[in-house]
Unconditional design. Structure first.
Lengths: 364, 367
């Protein structure tokens, strides 16, 4: 059976010359968890993975596997397996030998190699291609061989670096589900690096969102989606992105509003919290595309707007709605709208987000 | 603006047929998309319209005038590539002015056109910057701007969004559609990404291996795909396919799979009149699968392979024998690997396994 591990990063920092790639990162990855490191290029996710893998040495800080410090252990002694986006395929080796390679190098007995290769290939359902020449394999078959080669090692921790980046959209959607199922079913600790929030959201138990070397939030996909801690996370997670509207918080008598120039949005019930947690009256109202309701007739408290662009997608559509100078992106279920239609908008009150414009921190 | 027609156009490179007997009519002012996987012939078609590639057979018309023998620079067609090929040492303004100056246009005129085009593309504030100071999306607009200053009759776009990251691509799609609507030119847009085509184009030609499979509006392609390839290519997540045998028993008709039997007695006559054998493929879109956690009349039981919480939607992968069927569930749906759930198909498609042709005409829905 697999041996499993917790991975803990304490005050991990890595600098390349002047550039701080990873800045004081603290992260605990629990046994059997599938964790994604998510962020745009330059956020430090790959550097973090490489430090966990032992191919990059931290400038400061400590890495633990199961409470045992491994920071100074060379990569080969860490009991990890790495899977990359550019798979290392030896062109004149048959798939069987490709998969068996890491075991042969480690001088495993023949019968055990056979057993492990058979187990891995049966999990991945690729027994049928073991004898095929590599040149005849499709991209996803090669990807599965790469995965099988990682599986035979039965390491403590799997590290995956954007393994799906080179696949086309259809195949990526397919492999996404396969990889999630695979690592869930073998119950392995998995750390997966990606810049694609779709991959992270659909696969991970927990996601560490990073930008410019700093950890922004470490939470479950649902928590990130429903309760982003700041503007960056709110904008990065979800597609199409959350709509942001710059507003000023104003009080008029007993009532409080977010004043967005084009409209005023009443927030009397939230006033106390906004006042307490904001550093200035300048705030950003955030609302996801599915939390805006479109009405074709006038409603009480609804904002009048125009449909400027429709992007139909079969069973649903994305509508770009013009509200004076503000463009809002809205998910529509049944695309009965037409470009140029006049519509009325309401926001699902319980779904709105309010951020401090200056600090970016979430208030509501 | 201009119309573009291809009549029975073929093109071979050595032994490889890049485009085979292709006939399409692109209307004046239309946003027309060429859609297909790599090797479909999209780029070759664009290059033939531009005049940089000659068809082996057939004719190309721009505004009903045959142009087979008209050199590229006289066709009044421009082409934008996925790598925008901007001059790195020239500012945005200089880049956009270049094609006009090359034609000896007076400088006052150049200035006017560059500024007008920059206005439409929302890049006026970028005119004095260098390409390296621009984001991917901005660079892409400048590339388009340089093509548009010439005010061509036809603008050919070869995967202009392919090099942008996923998130930016989603944003640029909407913006691009808006810009193109303002440009008043005929657009032929090649892409392997069906989402770009269906969200932006008036009509789409779906191509595979040089052959035209269907040319229709996005709605038609989604609701009434004519064959297996189009059905699987249009829509995301993609349509599910399950191999079935059509059988009749005791005056009832079924689609029989290894995993389940689906009654379709009402459709039996229609199916029988249109299939070439009893081997058919059942097609169901993920959004047409209704999911229930408890047993209900007319539902079939399947096991959860894995589920993906891709908010606001949940994709549930279900095991059907060796195959996996994807279904869309609402955000509140929660299921673990191995759970048994019940599903019902609200709309189905059927394909003749041998010919790949769609049999139902896209009108088979169950309440």
């Amino acid at each position: 059976m697999l041996r499993l591990a917790n991975v803990k990063l304490e005050h991990l920092t890595k600098t390349f010359g002047e550039v701080v790639a990873v800045n004081d990162l603290n992260l605990e990855i629990k046994d059997k968890d599938f964790v994604c490191l998510l962020g745009p290029s330059g956020c430090g996710k790959t550097t973090t993975l490489r430090m966990i893998g032992g191919v990059e040495t931290p400038t400061s800080g400590e890495i633990y596997f199961d409470d045992k410090p491994v920071t100074d252990l060379p990569s080969k002694d860490r009991d990890i397996a790495m899977v990359f986006q550019f798979y290392v395929i030896y062109p004149d080796m048959k798939p069987y030998d490709q998969i068996a390679f890491p075991l042969k190098v480690r001088k495993f007995p023949k019968h055990e190699i056979k057993e492990r290769v058979e187990e891995a290939t049966s999990i991945l359902r690729i027994e049928y291609l073991l004898e095929k020449p590599i040149s005849q394999l499709t991209v996803d078959e090669r990807q599965r061989i790469e995965l099988a080669r990682a599986l035979v090692r039965k390491p403590q921790v799997y590290l995956l670096d954007e393994p799906l980046t080179n696949l086309d959209a259809k195949l990526r959607a397919h492999m996404r589900a396969e990889i999630k199922r695979l690592f869930k079913s073998i119950g392995a600790t998995t750390i997966y690096v990606t810049h694609d929030q779709v991959e992270a959201m659909s696969m991970a138990d927990k996601i560490a969102v990073m930008t410019l070397g700093f950890l922004q939030q470490y939470d479950s996909p649902d928590e990130l989606y429903d309760h982003p801690k700041n503007l960056f996370v709110a904008g990065f997670v979800g597609s199409p992105s959350m709509n942001f509207i710059d507003c000023t918080f104003v009080k008029e008598g007993e009532k409080a509003y977010l004043d967005a120039a084009e409209f005023k949005y009443e927030v009397t019930d939230l006033a106390e919290k906004i006042e307490k947690d904001s550093t200035s009256p300048e705030v950003t109202l955030g609302i996801r595309p599915e939390d805006i309701e479109i009405h074709v007739s006038r409603q009480r408290n609804a904002l009048s707007a125009d449909v400027s662009i429709l992007e139909p997608m079969g069973h649903r559509a994305i509508a770009h709605i013009q509200l004076g100078g503000i463009t809002l992106v809205v998910n529509v279920d049944l695309p009965k709208l037409k470009t140029g239609d006049k519509v009325w908008l309401t926001f699902k009150k319980e779904k709105i987000h309010i951020f401090d414009k200056k600090t970016g921190a979430s208030i509501i | 603006m201009a119309s573009v027609s291809l009549k029975e156009v073929s093109k071979k490179f050595g032994n490889i047929t890049a485009v085979e007997n292709l006939t399409i009519d692109i209307k004046d002012g239309e946003f027309f998309s060429l859609l297909g996987p790599s090797g479909a012939g999209k780029t070759t078609i664009l290059r033939m319209i531009a005049g940089v590639e000659k068809p082996d057979k057939g004719s190309i018309y721009i505004d009903d005038v045959p142009v087979n023998d008209v050199p590229p620079k006289e066709r009044d067609v421009t082409m934008v590539f996925q790598s925008y090929a901007l001059f790195p040492h020239k500012t945005v303004y200089e880049n956009m002015a270049y094609p006009l100056r090359k034609r000896n246009m007076p400088e006052t005129e150049v200035k006017k056109i560059v500024h007008e085009t920059a206005e439409i593309l929302h890049i006026r504030h970028l005119l004095s910057r260098l390409p390296k100071q621009l984001s991917g999306g901005e660079r892409q607009r400048v590339g388009l701007g340089r093509a548009m200053v010439r005010q061509p009759k036809v603008c050919l776009l070869d995967e202009p969004l392919t090099n942008l990251d996923a998130k930016l691509r989603v944003e640029m799609r909407g913006e691009f559609k808006k810009i193109c609507g303002n440009l008043k030119t005929t657009i032929v847009y090649a892409t392997p990404d069906q989402l770009e085509s269906v969200t932006m184009a008036h009509r789409i030609a779906v191509l595979d291996k040089g052959k035209l499979l269907q040319c229709d509006s996005p709605d038609e392609l989604y609701n009434r795909p004519k064959n297996f390839f189009v059905a699987g290519f249009i829509g995301s997540p993609a349509m599910n396919f399950v191999d079935c045998t059509f059988i009749e028993e005791d005056k009832k008709a079924y689609l029989d799979t290894a995993e389940f039997r689906y009654e379709i007695t009402d459709l039996a006559e229609k199916i029988k009149s249109r299939i070439t054998s009893s081997e058919v493929i059942l097609g169901v879109r993920p959004e047409h699968i209704k999911i229930s956690k408890s047993i209900e009349e007319g539902y079939i039981q399947l096991e959860v392979f894995v589920s993906e919480r891709l908010r606001p939607q949940i994709i549930v992968d279900l095991k059907a024998g060796e195959k996996v069927i994807k279904a869309l569930a609402p955000a509140e749906f929660d299921a673990d690997i191995g759970d048994k759930i019940w599903v019902k198909f609200e709309k189905i498609f059927l394909f003749d396994k041998r010919t790949g042709e769609e049999i139902t005409g896209g009108d088979v829905a169950f309440g």
